[in-house]
Design a protein around this ligand. Sequence first.
Ligand SMILES: [Zn+2]
Length: 120
Amino acid sequence: MTLLEIFGLIGAIVIGIIAVRISLTFDINQFLENRRQIKLNQLKNACPHLKIDVDGENIRVESFFSSPPGTITWGCSQCGLIVNSKQDIKRLQKPFLQNPNLYIEQMEKFNKLAKKLKLY
Ligand SMILES: [Zn+2]
């Protein structure tokens, strides 16, 4: 083997390693992004989209949905879910208004997911 061939071989190996590294980091980033996206969707499913505060005998309900000026859609400030109408909001929030225990369970689920995503 000549010196030139040895250098050629080393060059080929280095290029090979770099190529593997690049494709590997790309795949990992894609994989992590996909997982994050799945978790964000789970977060939207777990979010009750409202807040129920019990203060003695008073129960205060606060919706997280608001409609930014100039838009017709409504967005949840807690999870980022976008809906198109007030009917959708009612449909999403109704189970929690009827069953406060469900709300507490749902908030626990939501907080666990949010912690995993390091959102709060
Ligand atoms: Zn929400």
